[in-house]
Structures are given as C-alpha cells and as structure tokens.
Design a protein around this ligand. Structure first.
Ligand SMILES: [Zn+2]
Length: 139
C-alpha cells in the first residue's frame, strides 16, 4: 500500500475491507502502511478531539491498546494481532484531520496532489507520472 493507495482510502474511493484483507494476509504490508499513516496523521496535524471521533468511527475491538497519539516509533511496537485495528484507527484519524486541512488549504485549488479528487483518472495519471519520475531520479 503506497501513499496514493492510502490517500484514496481516506477519500473513500477505495474499499477499506479489501485493504484489511490484504493486511491480514501480509502483516508486513500492514506494518508499512501504519508507519506511513503515523507520519500522515502527524503532517495533517491531528488534534486530541479528532482521536475520540476516530475511535468511535473505527469500530475498534475491546481492549484495543494502540497508542492514540501515534508516532512512528510507537506504531512500530504494535502487536501483530493489532495491526489491522491500528490501521482502521489511523486511517480514520487521518481522514478527520485531513478533511479540516483540505478546507484550510483551499483545495482543490492548492498544489497538494493528495487534496485533489483521487477518483479522477486524469489526476491519477498525473500523480502516477510524478511518482514514476521521482523513482527514475532515485535510480
Ligand atoms: Zn492542499
């Protein structure tokens, strides 16, 4: 799951359950995804009040013990059996924080690709081209 995939999930243009199935099949991909999400949540400036809403929305199991204020380091300590729950929670937290961010930003008239409509094929092509050229520069 890359950044595009995660942002599409947050926008609701991709199936969450499909991604959960993926995580349950491949725990390492889930671990990578929650690491990304911890950074995204931080960059979107999630607030304390967002966490309560995220908990309510994510439908977490009883006894869920994932750190509410995520950081990359703490997310790395999440137990295997809690990775899927952590994913649901962090995605929800990002969705809430980023929604506010998007309004402050004046999207879609801002320069952030993740604030654009990620269900639009033309925008997707531009985002994929951008990632491809970044990858090319790295090699
Ligand atoms: Zn923006």
């Amino acid at each position: 799951m890359d950044l595009l995939h995660l942002n599409q999930l947050a926008q609701g243009v991709r199936s969450l359950e499909e991604s959960i199935t993926l995580i349950e099949r491949d725990i390492l991909s889930g671990r990578n995804a929650i690491q990304y999400l911890a950074v995204m949540v931080d960059q979107a400036s999630a607030e304390d009040a967002d966490m309560e809403i995220a908990i309510a929305n994510a439908g977490l199991p009883l006894g869920f013990s994932v750190p509410l204020k995520p950081s990359k380091r703490r997310v790395a300590d999440v137990a295997d059996e809690e990775v899927a729950s952590a994913f649901r929670y962090l995605l929800e937290l990002f969705r809430i924080a980023d929604k506010r961010r998007r309004i402050q930003c004046g999207a879609p008239n801002c320069g952030h690709w993740w604030h654009q409509d990620l269900s639009d094929p033309q925008i997707l092509r531009a985002v994929e081209d951008m990632f491809a050229s970044i990858r090319q520069r790295q090699h």
